[in-house]
Design a binder for this molecule. Sequence first.
Ligand SMILES: Nc1ncnc2c1ncn2[C@@H]1O[C@H](COP(=O)(O)OP(=O)(O)OP(=O)(O)O)[C@@H](O)[C@H]1O
Length: 792
Amino acid sequence: MPSRALVEEQEKVTWLYGLLDAARARAEGSERIEAGGGGGFQQRVDRETAVHEKEKKLAQYAAVEHGLCFGRIDRKDDTLYIGRIGLRDEEGDPALIDWRAPAARPFYTATAADPEKLVRRRHLHTRGRKVVDLDDEVFDLEAMRPGDRASLVGEAALLASLRRGRTGRMSDVVATIQAEQDEVVRAGFQGILVVQGGPGTGKTVAALHRAAYLLYTYRETLSRRGVLIVGPNPTFLRYIERVLPGLGETDVALCPLGTLYPGVHATATETPEAEAVKGDGRMAERLEEALKARQRVPDEDVTFEADGMPVTLTSKAALRAREHARNVRAPHNVQRRVFVHDVLAALAEDQLERMERETDEPLQRLLEEGGLSKELQELLKEPSRLREDHDLELAKETLWDDPEVRRLIDSLWPELTPERFLNDLYADPEALRHIGCPELRRAPGSPWTVADVPLLDEAAELLGVDDSADKAAERREEQRRREEERYARGVLQISGLTEVDAGMLAERQREERGPVTAAERLADREWAYGHVIVDEAQELSSMAWRAVMRRVPAKSMTIVGDLAQTGSAAGARDWAEMLEPFVGDRWRELRLLVNYRTPGAIMAVAEDVLASVDPHAVAPRSVREEGDPPKAVRMDALDGLPGLVEAELERIGEGRLAVITSRARRQEVTAALPDAPAEVTPEALDQPVVILTAAESKGLEFDAVVLVDPDGIREESPNGGHDLYVAITRATRRLTVIHSGDLPPELHRLVREGSRPFDETSHLLNSPENARCPRAATDRLEAGEGTGRESG
Ligand SMILES: Nc1ncnc2c1ncn2[C@@H]1O[C@H](COP(=O)(O)OP(=O)(O)OP(=O)(O)O)[C@@H](O)[C@H]1O
């Protein structure tokens, strides 16, 4: 029998869903009214806009269907219901408050010490449209009405949410955002905010809610310029991609670092050495240097045949042309136009002079023979005066059409794409030596790596595009616009709607081609976003920061990361150092201190690992103490791994498991677990078991983690201790470390399962679950499970 409180809340929630249905019906109906409306031009324009708005609204209503109302706050004199969107009742009074509205804030920030005048905070748990449970926190018992005192129910909503099994996808936490996270979510929009926090402190989830908050609060600016979220890889972005749509925000661009440069989808990685070199900020100057080396001057004069005539480019003329081009403050491909112009002029001069020399002899004879007028005699003494400017222009044009001339110019100052420039550089040992990076040599046509992407972006800046063709297109577009205006004016005259400005109407018509979508923004390297969020920001190299900063000239950014988790050889060790070149000290930091993911016993192991890397580092405090003790299993070969994984899967039920391993033993792990996806694609997270390296596991979480080869993980990368810390903190419930040889000393807290090499059967018999159900364990053993063999 449901409690009175539950019945009352059900009534309220049913009413709120009724308001949602009415709003939805209104939105749907609005199109019908529009569609039936008049056929005037202006009406048609408005209708197009309304249809777009309607679609957005309906998508938002669909997104908030689940968990529409999740909270309630009571003050002495009023009660507010908090939900995913704001709704008004039939009288126009607020019925449901949007979680992002200022009035909703105490729901997230009231504490026992500072209840912000709240008497009670209530969480409503719903399934579909049914209220299934309530959680209350009472701040002022005295102020509660007597009837309400009996309605305290349930355990803390946060813990209930944290105990749920993982699905391979992050979901929103709008009902349980904690006060320190709320500060991150609602921090001002201007400037750079760094959110530093240990593993599981909700940095990612808070940053995503912040995106939704900013889009709600600064809708006008941000819907035009857009919000970009940069994450470490496609798998991570897939893990988080449902959070914002679940909050009703569908127009945010998500971009892994490897695709920040449009048209390139880099997933390959580098050796730590190459990664460090490519990520180093000095690479910007090195690329500039390498590009200068592509602007050549011949050591000697070059003579060749063009248009059936010999022609010479002197080394001096080429040098002058290069200096002139370099003095123009423009990127390489634009400077090239100056170089081309000067070289063609020099060649044309040379050709005309030759021609003049050839005609000189007969002219002199004429002079000697005499009998010419005085003016003609004067002219013939200096034949170059006979030449006209258009001769020179004509000669330049003819030369430009000559393939030999093109070849010469391309060899001296080539027009380059970023891809060609970098590919040429990596394939040229001499050019690499010239910039001091011989180690970057690689075979032509090798796939792009994630560390190449910022270099491609940098190269795009240095090279620029010769946009003279685009400018011509723009002029044509302008012409077209004028014609459109003329047409619009004509329409207005016919329809009698003369009060609307024709230029505005033509502009509206263009806008109707649709607002810029997130995908279109991603395809435009020069798009200036209104706000950029960078997740796992500690992994970005200096060069990657340069590329990211270009996307947000207004420098409105949220940067979330943890310096104790830096794995990349080129990643951050210090936020101030990393940000200084871009914004000096104009940035602020908020810290998150509570770990919502990893239970206390596992976190104690992680803390020891962190202390072994950095004795001063502080790990976050775990919110949960429950969970099984983490254990260590010695297993020299991995033939017991399948049995162990299966037993772990049984323990976690519907949840997800990751085997996190060193790069060195990855193949061996993959061979031992043939049912797990062999490659880490974004879809791999949908599987119950996934195999990852420590670097790949960054940002993700799993109910159970089986960690293979801790020594290997630590030794493989320059920040290996950090990688081990990351791997351990991915578990939400269970951790098993598989080691060969002695257990690394910093893992001494793990409960050892058998001091002798792994007994393939003992872990099944000893597991607490099997202690409760020994028959099931014996059955499985009899069937050969847990032994890595086909049958017993
Ligand atoms: N307020 C909250 N309510 C419910 N769950 C939360 C809350 N804050 C965080 N969590 C959960 O804790 C887990 C960790 O959050 P998240 O991945 O955002 O942490 P993180 O700081 O980015 O971690 P890492 O640095 O390890 O990647 C997630 O499952 C998230 O949903």
